[in-house]
Design a protein. Structure first.
Length: 184
């Protein structure tokens, strides 16, 4: 389901349009609206972002795996939003779900804070997108390198000759690890 958000002067039917009936800005995100009206954004590789409309909060939850990258992504998100003046930095804290973070949106009298928050979250995701696309491509490259190596990096079966002595254990020469401790 696509959610269209327009920001700008009031036009016909409450849409934010320029004088030539074109929207001022548009965003494309993988997002879904919850039953209570919260907007859930799934575009980031490490975190899911929730814009809680009723509570006036932005929440970040880890995806399936909680690792060091999750906290870094959450920290970058809330630092980005604080620098843009969207959230109150003093309210940024851990959430009640393990690995989550939340912060309150600053109230505004003349702007729709939820729409402005969504636009800035979209900007953050667009800034982060090259990094997690690079990691995905790098993982695919490593997988391809191991599953289908080049001729230069592989050998045919039997091409490497077998040596008589391999490794550190010589056949027929076994000793216990503590034999030197019993010296008289």
């Amino acid at each position: 389901m696509t959610i269209k958000i327009k920001v700008g002067e009031e036009g016909r039917k409450g849409d934010a349009l320029r004088k030539d009936n074109t929207p001022l800005t548009s965003i494309e995100l993988k997002m879904r609206r919850a039953l209570n009206g919260d907007i859930m954004i799934f575009d980031h590789a490490d975190i899911d972002i929730v814009l809680s409309v009723q509570q006036g909060k932005i929440l970040a939850f880890p995806k399936e795996v909680i690792n060091d990258y999750v906290y870094g992504a959450e920290d970058r998100l809330f630092s980005f939003l604080a620098k843009k003046g969207i959230i109150d930095r003093n309210t940024c804290q851990a959430g009640n779900v393990y690995g989550s973070m939340e912060a309150k949106i600053l109230p505004s009298t003349d702007l729709d804070s939820n729409r402005i928050s969504l636009i800035n979250i979209a900007k953050f995701v667009d800034e982060e997108r090259p990094y997690f696309e690079f990691i995905e491509k790098f993982d695919d490259l490593i997988t391809d390198r191991f599953t289908d190596p080049d001729d230069e990096e592989s050998t045919e079966l039997g091409e490497v000759p077998h040596e008589e002595m391999k490794g550190t254990l010589r056949p027929g020469y076994n000793y216990g690890p503590y034999w030197q401790s019993y010296q008289f």
